[in-house]
Design a protein around this ligand. Sequence first.
Ligand SMILES: Cc1cc2nc3c(=O)[nH]c(=O)nc-3n(C[C@H](O)[C@H](O)[C@H](O)COP(=O)(O)OP(=O)(O)OC[C@H]3O[C@@H](n4cnc5c(N)ncnc54)[C@H](O)[C@@H]3O)c2cc1C
Length: 493
Amino acid sequence: MDRRIFCRTAIAAGVAASYPLLGACSRSEPPVASSANTSIRGISFDGAELELEKAALKELGDAMTGPVILSGHPDYDGARSIWNSMHDKRPALIARCLNNEDVSKAVTFAAERDLLVAVRGGGHSWPGKSVCDDGMMIDLSQLTNVTVDTEAQRAVAGGGALLGHLDQASLPHGLVTTAGVVSHTGVGGFTLGGGFGRLNRKYGLAVDNLRSATMITADGKILTVNSDEDADLFWAVRGGGGNFGVATEFEFQLHPFDRNVLSGNIVWPFEQAKDVLEFYAEWSAGLSDEMYVGPVITTTPEGVRIIMTDVVYNGDPATGEKELAPLRAIGTPIADDVIVQDYTVLQTNLDVPFGHGIRSYAKNGMVKAWSQGLVDTMLDADDPRIFIGSHVAGAAVKRVGELDTAFPHRNAEVMIVIAAGWMDPAEDDGLIAACRDYHKALEPHVGGYYTNIDFDGSRAASNYGPAYDRLSHIKGRYDPRNLFRLNSNISPA
Ligand SMILES: Cc1cc2nc3c(=O)[nH]c(=O)nc-3n(C[C@H](O)[C@H](O)[C@H](O)COP(=O)(O)OP(=O)(O)OC[C@H]3O[C@@H](n4cnc5c(N)ncnc54)[C@H](O)[C@@H]3O)c2cc1C
Protein backbone atom coordinates (compact mmCIF):
# COMPACT_ATOMS: atom_id res chain seq x y z
CA MET A 1 0.00 0.00 0.00
CA ASP A 2 1.33 3.48 -0.81
CA ARG A 3 0.34 7.05 0.00
CA ARG A 4 -2.53 6.80 -2.43
CA ILE A 5 -4.31 4.69 0.15
CA PHE A 6 -5.63 7.88 1.66
CA CYS A 7 -6.99 8.92 -1.68
CA ARG A 8 -9.07 5.78 -1.68
CA THR A 9 -10.61 6.07 1.77
CA ALA A 10 -14.26 6.14 2.76
CA ILE A 11 -14.77 9.81 2.24
CA ALA A 12 -13.20 9.56 -1.18
CA ALA A 13 -15.50 6.87 -2.49
CA GLY A 14 -17.34 8.07 -5.52
CA VAL A 15 -16.13 11.61 -5.14
CA ALA A 16 -13.22 11.94 -7.49
CA ALA A 17 -15.25 12.30 -10.66
CA SER A 18 -17.71 14.71 -9.13
CA TYR A 19 -16.58 18.18 -10.10
CA PRO A 20 -19.70 20.20 -10.83
CA LEU A 21 -20.25 21.24 -14.41
CA LEU A 22 -20.22 24.91 -15.11
CA GLY A 23 -23.57 26.21 -16.21
CA ALA A 24 -24.12 25.13 -19.78
CA CYS A 25 -26.86 27.59 -20.56
CA SER A 26 -25.92 29.92 -23.36
CA ARG A 27 -27.85 32.90 -24.63
CA SER A 28 -26.98 35.67 -26.98
CA GLU A 29 -27.42 38.22 -24.16
CA PRO A 30 -26.35 36.64 -20.89
CA PRO A 31 -28.48 37.93 -18.00
CA VAL A 32 -26.45 40.46 -16.06
CA ALA A 33 -27.77 43.27 -13.90
CA SER A 34 -26.58 46.00 -16.27
CA SER A 35 -28.92 44.72 -18.99
CA ALA A 36 -31.76 43.63 -16.66
CA ASN A 37 -35.08 44.04 -18.46
CA THR A 38 -37.25 43.31 -15.46
CA SER A 39 -37.25 43.62 -11.67
CA ILE A 40 -36.39 40.45 -9.77
CA ARG A 41 -37.51 38.92 -6.51
CA GLY A 42 -35.16 38.97 -3.55
CA ILE A 43 -35.34 38.22 0.13
CA SER A 44 -34.41 40.38 3.09
CA PHE A 45 -32.16 39.18 5.89
CA ASP A 46 -35.34 38.93 8.00
CA GLY A 47 -37.00 36.68 5.44
CA ALA A 48 -39.35 39.27 3.88
CA GLU A 49 -39.88 39.26 0.16
CA LEU A 50 -38.28 42.19 -1.70
CA GLU A 51 -38.49 43.59 -5.19
CA LEU A 52 -35.12 44.44 -6.69
CA GLU A 53 -36.00 47.05 -9.24
CA LYS A 54 -34.72 46.97 -12.77
CA ALA A 55 -33.25 50.47 -12.54
CA ALA A 56 -31.39 49.68 -9.31
CA LEU A 57 -30.01 46.45 -10.77
CA LYS A 58 -28.84 48.32 -13.83
CA GLU A 59 -27.22 51.00 -11.70
CA LEU A 60 -25.30 48.39 -9.67
CA GLY A 61 -24.33 46.47 -12.80
CA ASP A 62 -23.06 49.64 -14.49
CA ALA A 63 -21.16 50.77 -11.40
CA MET A 64 -19.26 47.55 -10.79
CA THR A 65 -16.17 46.52 -12.74
CA GLY A 66 -17.07 42.84 -12.38
CA PRO A 67 -20.35 41.42 -13.66
CA VAL A 68 -23.50 41.10 -11.56
CA ILE A 69 -24.68 37.71 -12.69
CA LEU A 70 -28.36 36.74 -12.77
CA SER A 71 -30.04 33.35 -13.09
CA GLY A 72 -29.67 32.04 -16.64
CA HIS A 73 -26.20 33.52 -17.18
CA PRO A 74 -23.71 30.87 -18.40
CA ASP A 75 -21.61 31.46 -15.26
CA TYR A 76 -24.54 31.45 -12.81
CA ASP A 77 -24.48 27.76 -11.91
CA GLY A 78 -20.70 27.60 -11.62
CA ALA A 79 -20.63 30.70 -9.42
CA ARG A 80 -23.32 29.49 -7.02
CA SER A 81 -21.87 25.96 -6.70
CA ILE A 82 -19.87 25.48 -3.57
CA TRP A 83 -17.75 22.56 -2.42
CA ASN A 84 -20.52 20.77 -0.50
CA SER A 85 -23.19 20.00 -3.09
CA MET A 86 -25.83 19.51 -0.40
CA HIS A 87 -26.22 23.30 -0.55
CA ASP A 88 -27.89 23.79 -3.90
CA LYS A 89 -29.10 27.38 -3.51
CA ARG A 90 -30.06 30.06 -6.01
CA PRO A 91 -29.09 33.64 -5.18
CA ALA A 92 -31.14 36.41 -6.78
CA LEU A 93 -27.88 37.99 -7.95
CA ILE A 94 -24.19 37.20 -7.79
CA ALA A 95 -21.89 40.21 -7.51
CA ARG A 96 -18.62 38.96 -8.95
CA CYS A 97 -16.24 41.47 -7.42
CA LEU A 98 -12.91 42.40 -8.99
CA ASN A 99 -11.71 45.02 -6.49
CA ASN A 100 -12.47 46.76 -3.18
CA GLU A 101 -14.81 49.25 -4.80
CA ASP A 102 -16.91 46.46 -6.32
CA VAL A 103 -17.29 44.88 -2.89
CA SER A 104 -18.17 48.22 -1.35
CA LYS A 105 -20.85 48.87 -3.99
CA ALA A 106 -22.32 45.39 -3.60
CA VAL A 107 -22.39 45.69 0.21
CA THR A 108 -24.03 49.12 0.00
CA PHE A 109 -26.66 47.86 -2.45
CA ALA A 110 -27.53 45.01 -0.07
CA ALA A 111 -27.42 47.13 3.10
CA GLU A 112 -29.75 49.79 1.62
CA ARG A 113 -32.34 47.12 0.90
CA ASP A 114 -31.83 44.78 3.86
CA LEU A 115 -31.02 42.15 1.25
CA LEU A 116 -29.77 38.79 2.51
CA VAL A 117 -26.02 38.50 1.86
CA ALA A 118 -23.74 35.49 1.49
CA VAL A 119 -19.99 36.01 1.06
CA ARG A 120 -18.11 33.46 -0.98
CA GLY A 121 -14.34 33.18 -0.52
CA GLY A 122 -13.10 29.71 -1.49
CA GLY A 123 -16.58 28.19 -1.24
CA HIS A 124 -15.61 25.47 1.26
CA SER A 125 -18.19 26.26 3.88
CA TRP A 126 -19.18 22.78 5.12
CA PRO A 127 -22.54 24.13 6.38
CA GLY A 128 -23.07 26.12 3.16
CA LYS A 129 -22.98 29.65 4.56
CA SER A 130 -21.41 31.14 1.43
CA VAL A 131 -24.52 30.72 -0.74
CA CYS A 132 -28.17 31.61 -0.19
CA ASP A 133 -31.55 31.47 -1.85
CA ASP A 134 -32.89 34.78 -3.24
CA GLY A 135 -30.26 37.00 -1.64
CA MET A 136 -26.98 38.41 -2.96
CA MET A 137 -23.83 36.32 -3.19
CA ILE A 138 -20.75 38.52 -2.94
CA ASP A 139 -18.41 36.40 -5.00
CA LEU A 140 -14.69 36.89 -4.31
CA SER A 141 -13.59 33.96 -6.47
CA GLN A 142 -11.65 36.24 -8.84
CA LEU A 143 -9.57 37.80 -6.03
CA THR A 144 -6.98 35.04 -5.94
CA ASN A 145 -3.80 37.04 -6.35
CA VAL A 146 -0.97 36.42 -3.85
CA THR A 147 2.11 38.67 -3.71
CA VAL A 148 5.17 37.91 -1.66
CA ASP A 149 7.58 40.44 -0.19
CA THR A 150 10.65 38.29 0.40
CA GLU A 151 12.52 40.99 2.33
CA ALA A 152 9.72 41.69 4.78
CA GLN A 153 8.74 37.99 4.74
CA ARG A 154 5.11 38.83 4.17
CA ALA A 155 2.46 37.56 1.73
CA VAL A 156 -0.70 39.40 0.73
CA ALA A 157 -3.50 37.12 -0.45
CA GLY A 158 -6.78 38.17 -2.09
CA GLY A 159 -10.04 37.49 -0.26
CA GLY A 160 -10.89 34.68 -2.68
CA ALA A 161 -7.43 33.06 -2.84
CA LEU A 162 -7.12 29.36 -2.09
CA LEU A 163 -4.62 27.85 0.34
CA GLY A 164 -2.76 26.32 -2.61
CA HIS A 165 -2.24 29.80 -4.07
CA LEU A 166 -0.63 30.88 -0.80
CA ASP A 167 1.70 27.85 -0.65
CA GLN A 168 2.55 28.12 -4.35
CA ALA A 169 3.47 31.79 -4.06
CA SER A 170 5.54 31.47 -0.87
CA LEU A 171 7.38 28.15 -1.16
CA PRO A 172 9.57 29.05 -4.17
CA HIS A 173 11.10 31.79 -1.98
CA GLY A 174 11.87 29.33 0.83
CA LEU A 175 9.03 30.84 2.85
CA VAL A 176 5.78 29.48 4.23
CA THR A 177 2.90 30.21 6.59
CA THR A 178 0.32 27.96 8.22
CA ALA A 179 -2.19 26.64 5.67
CA GLY A 180 -4.76 23.85 5.95
CA VAL A 181 -4.74 20.31 4.64
CA VAL A 182 -6.75 20.65 1.41
CA SER A 183 -5.25 23.09 -1.06
CA HIS A 184 -8.54 24.16 -2.67
CA THR A 185 -9.92 25.50 0.65
CA GLY A 186 -10.31 29.29 0.71
CA VAL A 187 -7.89 31.53 2.58
CA GLY A 188 -10.89 33.74 3.53
CA GLY A 189 -13.13 31.54 5.64
CA PHE A 190 -10.16 29.47 6.84
CA THR A 191 -8.31 32.48 8.24
CA LEU A 192 -11.25 34.40 9.70
CA GLY A 193 -12.24 31.41 11.86
CA GLY A 194 -8.74 30.45 13.06
CA GLY A 195 -6.93 28.34 10.49
CA PHE A 196 -5.44 25.01 11.60
CA GLY A 197 -2.59 23.53 9.55
CA ARG A 198 0.27 21.09 9.80
CA LEU A 199 2.75 23.84 10.70
CA ASN A 200 0.66 25.49 13.41
CA ARG A 201 2.55 23.87 16.29
CA LYS A 202 5.57 25.92 15.27
CA TYR A 203 4.07 29.03 13.65
CA GLY A 204 0.62 29.23 15.25
CA LEU A 205 -2.76 29.32 13.55
CA ALA A 206 -3.41 31.38 10.42
CA VAL A 207 -4.84 34.14 12.66
CA ASP A 208 -1.57 34.25 14.59
CA ASN A 209 0.24 35.02 11.35
CA LEU A 210 -2.23 37.63 10.15
CA ARG A 211 -0.60 41.07 10.24
CA SER A 212 -3.31 43.14 8.56
CA ALA A 213 -6.45 42.83 6.46
CA THR A 214 -8.51 45.01 4.13
CA MET A 215 -12.10 44.94 5.31
CA ILE A 216 -15.24 46.27 3.65
CA THR A 217 -17.67 46.89 6.49
CA ALA A 218 -21.48 46.97 6.42
CA ASP A 219 -21.49 50.73 5.74
CA GLY A 220 -19.42 50.14 2.58
CA LYS A 221 -16.21 51.62 4.06
CA ILE A 222 -12.88 50.20 2.93
CA LEU A 223 -10.65 49.83 6.00
CA THR A 224 -7.10 48.65 6.54
CA VAL A 225 -7.15 46.89 9.90
CA ASN A 226 -4.10 45.95 11.92
CA SER A 227 -2.79 46.31 15.45
CA ASP A 228 -2.63 50.13 15.02
CA GLU A 229 -5.66 50.91 12.86
CA ASP A 230 -9.12 49.68 13.87
CA ALA A 231 -7.35 47.42 16.32
CA ASP A 232 -10.61 46.15 17.85
CA LEU A 233 -11.81 45.03 14.46
CA PHE A 234 -8.43 43.43 13.77
CA TRP A 235 -8.79 41.51 17.04
CA ALA A 236 -12.31 40.39 16.09
CA VAL A 237 -11.48 39.13 12.61
CA ARG A 238 -8.80 36.86 14.07
CA GLY A 239 -11.30 34.15 15.01
CA GLY A 240 -14.67 35.89 14.75
CA GLY A 241 -15.37 34.52 11.26
CA GLY A 242 -17.20 36.46 8.56
CA ASN A 243 -19.24 38.48 11.07
CA PHE A 244 -17.54 41.83 10.62
CA GLY A 245 -17.39 42.49 6.90
CA VAL A 246 -15.83 41.27 3.69
CA ALA A 247 -12.07 40.76 3.74
CA THR A 248 -10.55 41.48 0.35
CA GLU A 249 -6.90 41.13 1.41
CA PHE A 250 -5.00 39.24 4.09
CA GLU A 251 -1.39 40.03 4.95
CA PHE A 252 0.46 37.09 6.50
CA GLN A 253 3.80 36.68 8.25
CA LEU A 254 5.97 34.17 6.40
CA HIS A 255 8.71 31.99 7.90
CA PRO A 256 11.93 30.62 6.39
CA PHE A 257 11.22 27.00 5.49
CA ASP A 258 12.98 24.05 3.87
CA ARG A 259 10.22 22.54 1.76
CA ASN A 260 11.87 19.10 1.84
CA VAL A 261 10.29 17.80 5.01
CA LEU A 262 9.98 14.44 6.69
CA SER A 263 6.30 13.77 5.98
CA GLY A 264 3.74 11.14 5.02
CA ASN A 265 1.39 8.62 6.60
CA ILE A 266 1.75 5.56 8.81
CA VAL A 267 -1.19 3.13 8.47
CA TRP A 268 -2.32 0.26 10.74
CA PRO A 269 -5.32 -2.08 10.49
CA PHE A 270 -8.12 -0.99 12.82
CA GLU A 271 -7.49 -4.05 15.04
CA GLN A 272 -4.35 -2.24 16.22
CA ALA A 273 -6.13 1.06 16.80
CA LYS A 274 -6.31 0.58 20.58
CA ASP A 275 -2.54 0.21 20.87
CA VAL A 276 -1.91 3.11 18.52
CA LEU A 277 -4.34 5.53 20.14
CA GLU A 278 -3.43 4.66 23.72
CA PHE A 279 0.22 5.17 22.89
CA TYR A 280 -0.49 8.38 21.00
CA ALA A 281 -2.57 9.82 23.85
CA GLU A 282 0.48 9.76 26.15
CA TRP A 283 3.30 10.25 23.69
CA SER A 284 1.82 13.24 21.86
CA ALA A 285 1.86 15.37 25.04
CA GLY A 286 5.66 15.56 24.91
CA LEU A 287 6.20 16.24 21.21
CA SER A 288 8.32 19.13 19.96
CA ASP A 289 6.87 22.16 18.18
CA GLU A 290 8.36 20.78 14.96
CA MET A 291 6.46 17.49 15.11
CA TYR A 292 2.89 17.25 13.84
CA VAL A 293 1.21 13.85 14.13
CA GLY A 294 -2.56 13.66 13.60
CA PRO A 295 -4.51 10.41 13.96
CA VAL A 296 -7.26 9.52 11.46
CA ILE A 297 -9.73 6.63 11.49
CA THR A 298 -11.26 5.79 8.12
CA THR A 299 -12.14 2.99 5.72
CA THR A 300 -10.56 2.12 2.40
CA PRO A 301 -12.90 1.57 -0.58
CA GLU A 302 -12.00 -2.11 -0.25
CA GLY A 303 -13.79 -1.97 3.09
CA VAL A 304 -10.72 -2.14 5.33
CA ARG A 305 -11.10 -0.04 8.47
CA ILE A 306 -7.77 1.58 9.30
CA ILE A 307 -6.12 3.97 11.69
CA MET A 308 -3.42 6.18 10.28
CA THR A 309 -1.34 9.16 11.27
CA ASP A 310 -0.58 12.23 9.25
CA VAL A 311 3.05 13.20 9.93
CA VAL A 312 5.07 16.35 9.23
CA TYR A 313 8.35 17.16 10.95
CA ASN A 314 9.18 20.82 10.38
CA GLY A 315 12.92 20.64 11.06
CA ASP A 316 16.03 18.55 10.55
CA PRO A 317 14.78 15.19 9.16
CA ALA A 318 17.30 13.14 11.16
CA THR A 319 16.05 14.66 14.41
CA GLY A 320 12.49 14.04 13.24
CA GLU A 321 13.25 10.37 12.52
CA LYS A 322 14.45 9.96 16.10
CA GLU A 323 11.38 11.63 17.57
CA LEU A 324 9.06 9.55 15.37
CA ALA A 325 10.74 6.20 16.09
CA PRO A 326 8.60 5.22 19.13
CA LEU A 327 5.39 5.61 17.12
CA ARG A 328 6.78 3.49 14.31
CA ALA A 329 7.53 0.74 16.81
CA ILE A 330 3.87 0.41 17.78
CA GLY A 331 2.13 -2.66 16.34
CA THR A 332 2.72 -3.67 12.74
CA PRO A 333 1.95 -0.89 10.28
CA ILE A 334 0.61 -2.01 6.91
CA ALA A 335 2.11 1.09 5.30
CA ASP A 336 4.66 3.70 6.27
CA ASP A 337 5.56 6.24 3.64
CA VAL A 338 6.98 8.92 5.91
CA ILE A 339 10.00 10.09 3.93
CA VAL A 340 11.77 13.34 3.16
CA GLN A 341 9.70 14.88 0.39
CA ASP A 342 8.32 18.13 -0.89
CA TYR A 343 5.89 19.73 1.54
CA THR A 344 3.28 20.13 -1.21
CA VAL A 345 2.94 16.35 -1.59
CA LEU A 346 1.12 16.09 1.73
CA GLN A 347 -0.51 19.50 1.30
CA THR A 348 -2.30 18.30 -1.84
CA ASN A 349 -2.87 14.57 -1.26
CA LEU A 350 -6.38 15.13 0.08
CA ASP A 351 -7.44 17.39 -2.79
CA VAL A 352 -9.07 14.59 -4.78
CA PRO A 353 -10.71 12.61 -1.94
CA PHE A 354 -12.16 15.87 -0.67
CA GLY A 355 -13.02 17.04 -4.18
CA HIS A 356 -15.73 19.51 -5.15
CA GLY A 357 -19.26 18.24 -5.58
CA ILE A 358 -19.26 15.83 -2.65
CA ARG A 359 -22.27 15.79 -0.32
CA SER A 360 -20.92 16.01 3.19
CA TYR A 361 -21.79 16.58 6.81
CA ALA A 362 -19.40 17.13 9.70
CA LYS A 363 -19.34 17.71 13.43
CA ASN A 364 -16.31 18.63 15.46
CA GLY A 365 -15.11 19.11 18.99
CA MET A 366 -12.12 20.56 20.81
CA VAL A 367 -10.11 18.12 22.90
CA LYS A 368 -8.46 19.76 25.90
CA ALA A 369 -6.68 16.59 27.04
CA TRP A 370 -6.55 13.00 25.87
CA SER A 371 -8.34 10.60 28.20
CA GLN A 372 -9.10 6.89 28.20
CA GLY A 373 -12.79 7.78 27.73
CA LEU A 374 -11.96 9.69 24.56
CA VAL A 375 -9.80 6.87 23.22
CA ASP A 376 -12.50 4.28 23.97
CA THR A 377 -15.15 6.39 22.27
CA MET A 378 -12.98 6.82 19.20
CA LEU A 379 -12.42 3.07 19.10
CA ASP A 380 -16.19 2.53 19.16
CA ALA A 381 -16.28 4.24 15.78
CA ASP A 382 -17.22 1.08 13.99
CA ASP A 383 -19.48 2.62 11.34
CA PRO A 384 -17.31 2.24 8.22
CA ARG A 385 -19.00 5.24 6.58
CA ILE A 386 -17.62 7.62 9.17
CA PHE A 387 -14.30 9.41 8.92
CA ILE A 388 -12.64 10.71 12.08
CA GLY A 389 -9.88 13.21 11.45
CA SER A 390 -7.88 15.44 13.72
CA HIS A 391 -6.29 18.86 13.47
CA VAL A 392 -3.55 18.94 16.06
CA ALA A 393 -2.82 22.16 17.93
CA GLY A 394 -0.96 22.68 21.23
CA ALA A 395 2.59 24.14 21.27
CA ALA A 396 2.66 27.60 19.58
CA VAL A 397 -1.14 27.65 19.29
CA LYS A 398 -1.44 27.23 23.04
CA ARG A 399 1.17 29.83 23.91
CA VAL A 400 -0.96 32.71 22.57
CA GLY A 401 -3.05 34.30 25.33
CA GLU A 402 -6.67 33.20 25.56
CA LEU A 403 -8.01 36.69 24.74
CA ASP A 404 -5.16 37.94 22.55
CA THR A 405 -7.24 37.03 19.48
CA ALA A 406 -10.91 36.19 19.11
CA PHE A 407 -10.12 32.51 18.46
CA PRO A 408 -11.57 30.89 21.59
CA HIS A 409 -9.87 27.51 21.95
CA ARG A 410 -6.23 28.17 22.80
CA ASN A 411 -6.18 25.34 25.31
CA ALA A 412 -7.21 22.65 22.82
CA GLU A 413 -4.70 19.90 22.08
CA VAL A 414 -6.60 18.78 19.03
CA MET A 415 -9.77 19.46 17.06
CA ILE A 416 -11.54 16.25 16.11
CA VAL A 417 -13.69 16.18 12.98
CA ILE A 418 -16.36 13.53 12.43
CA ALA A 419 -17.42 13.52 8.81
CA ALA A 420 -19.04 11.52 6.07
CA GLY A 421 -18.96 12.07 2.33
CA TRP A 422 -21.32 10.62 -0.25
CA MET A 423 -22.86 11.34 -3.64
CA ASP A 424 -26.44 10.04 -3.49
CA PRO A 425 -28.99 12.46 -1.96
CA ALA A 426 -30.96 9.43 -0.75
CA GLU A 427 -28.19 8.84 1.76
CA ASP A 428 -28.39 12.33 3.31
CA ASP A 429 -30.57 11.51 6.32
CA GLY A 430 -28.80 8.29 7.27
CA LEU A 431 -25.31 9.72 7.12
CA ILE A 432 -26.17 12.97 8.86
CA ALA A 433 -27.76 10.94 11.65
CA ALA A 434 -24.69 8.67 11.85
CA CYS A 435 -22.35 11.69 12.25
CA ARG A 436 -24.62 13.22 14.89
CA ASP A 437 -24.84 9.97 16.85
CA TYR A 438 -21.11 9.58 16.81
CA HIS A 439 -20.61 13.18 17.90
CA LYS A 440 -23.10 12.69 20.74
CA ALA A 441 -20.96 9.86 22.08
CA LEU A 442 -17.89 12.07 21.81
CA GLU A 443 -19.46 15.14 23.40
CA PRO A 444 -18.57 14.32 27.03
CA HIS A 445 -14.89 14.29 26.02
CA VAL A 446 -14.75 17.58 24.08
CA GLY A 447 -15.35 21.21 24.99
CA GLY A 448 -16.38 23.75 22.38
CA TYR A 449 -16.19 23.54 18.63
CA TYR A 450 -14.55 25.11 15.59
CA THR A 451 -16.83 27.84 14.22
CA ASN A 452 -15.64 27.14 10.68
CA ILE A 453 -17.42 23.78 10.75
CA ASP A 454 -20.58 24.84 12.57
CA PHE A 455 -23.84 23.54 11.12
CA ASP A 456 -25.87 24.45 14.17
CA GLY A 457 -25.20 28.17 14.48
CA SER A 458 -27.04 28.73 17.76
CA ARG A 459 -24.25 28.29 20.30
CA ALA A 460 -21.83 31.08 19.38
CA ALA A 461 -22.10 32.81 22.78
CA SER A 462 -21.10 29.76 24.81
CA ASN A 463 -18.49 28.70 22.26
CA TYR A 464 -16.71 32.08 22.32
CA GLY A 465 -16.94 32.17 26.13
CA PRO A 466 -15.13 35.18 27.62
CA ALA A 467 -14.44 36.64 24.15
CA TYR A 468 -18.13 36.88 23.26
CA ASP A 469 -18.99 40.12 25.02
CA ARG A 470 -16.22 42.03 23.26
CA LEU A 471 -17.09 40.39 19.93
CA SER A 472 -20.71 41.36 20.37
CA HIS A 473 -19.80 45.01 21.04
CA ILE A 474 -17.49 45.14 18.03
CA LYS A 475 -20.23 43.55 15.92
CA GLY A 476 -22.60 46.26 17.22
CA ARG A 477 -20.14 48.94 16.15
CA TYR A 478 -19.30 47.64 12.66
CA ASP A 479 -22.43 45.70 11.68
CA PRO A 480 -25.27 46.88 13.94
CA ARG A 481 -28.02 45.45 11.72
CA ASN A 482 -26.31 42.10 11.30
CA LEU A 483 -25.97 42.27 7.53
CA PHE A 484 -23.24 39.63 7.73
CA ARG A 485 -25.25 36.89 9.40
CA LEU A 486 -24.56 33.80 7.31
CA ASN A 487 -21.80 32.56 9.58
CA SER A 488 -21.43 31.33 13.14
CA ASN A 489 -23.36 34.44 14.06
CA ILE A 490 -22.48 36.96 16.75
CA SER A 491 -25.39 39.16 17.84
CA PRO A 492 -24.68 42.91 17.70
CA ALA A 493 -24.70 44.41 21.18
C1 LIG B 1 -12.27 19.93 2.39
C2 LIG B 1 -12.08 20.85 3.56
C3 LIG B 1 -10.87 20.88 4.22
C4 LIG B 1 -10.69 21.73 5.31
N1 LIG B 1 -9.48 21.74 5.95
C5 LIG B 1 -9.28 22.62 6.95
C6 LIG B 1 -8.01 22.73 7.58
O1 LIG B 1 -7.07 22.02 7.25
N2 LIG B 1 -7.88 23.61 8.58
C7 LIG B 1 -8.90 24.42 8.99
O2 LIG B 1 -8.72 25.23 9.89
N3 LIG B 1 -10.12 24.35 8.41
C8 LIG B 1 -10.32 23.46 7.41
N4 LIG B 1 -11.55 23.39 6.82
C9 LIG B 1 -12.64 24.26 7.30
C10 LIG B 1 -12.48 25.63 6.65
O3 LIG B 1 -11.67 26.43 7.49
C11 LIG B 1 -13.82 26.30 6.45
O4 LIG B 1 -14.65 25.48 5.68
C12 LIG B 1 -13.66 27.69 5.84
O5 LIG B 1 -14.79 28.44 6.14
C13 LIG B 1 -13.46 27.63 4.35
O6 LIG B 1 -13.22 28.91 3.84
P1 LIG B 1 -13.68 29.30 2.36
O7 LIG B 1 -13.28 30.68 2.10
O8 LIG B 1 -13.26 28.24 1.41
O9 LIG B 1 -15.24 29.14 2.54
P2 LIG B 1 -16.52 29.93 2.01
O10 LIG B 1 -17.54 28.88 1.80
O11 LIG B 1 -16.23 30.83 0.90
O12 LIG B 1 -16.89 30.78 3.29
C14 LIG B 1 -17.03 30.23 4.57
C15 LIG B 1 -17.47 31.33 5.54
O13 LIG B 1 -16.46 32.32 5.62
C16 LIG B 1 -16.94 33.57 5.14
N5 LIG B 1 -15.91 34.14 4.26
C17 LIG B 1 -15.14 33.48 3.38
N6 LIG B 1 -14.26 34.31 2.81
C18 LIG B 1 -14.51 35.52 3.33
C19 LIG B 1 -13.93 36.79 3.12
N7 LIG B 1 -12.91 36.98 2.28
N8 LIG B 1 -14.43 37.84 3.84
C20 LIG B 1 -15.46 37.66 4.71
N9 LIG B 1 -16.04 36.49 4.94
C21 LIG B 1 -15.57 35.42 4.24
C22 LIG B 1 -18.21 33.24 4.39
O14 LIG B 1 -19.13 34.26 4.39
C23 LIG B 1 -18.74 32.03 5.14
O15 LIG B 1 -19.45 32.42 6.28
C24 LIG B 1 -11.76 22.55 5.74
C25 LIG B 1 -12.98 22.51 5.06
C26 LIG B 1 -13.14 21.68 3.98
C27 LIG B 1 -14.47 21.62 3.29
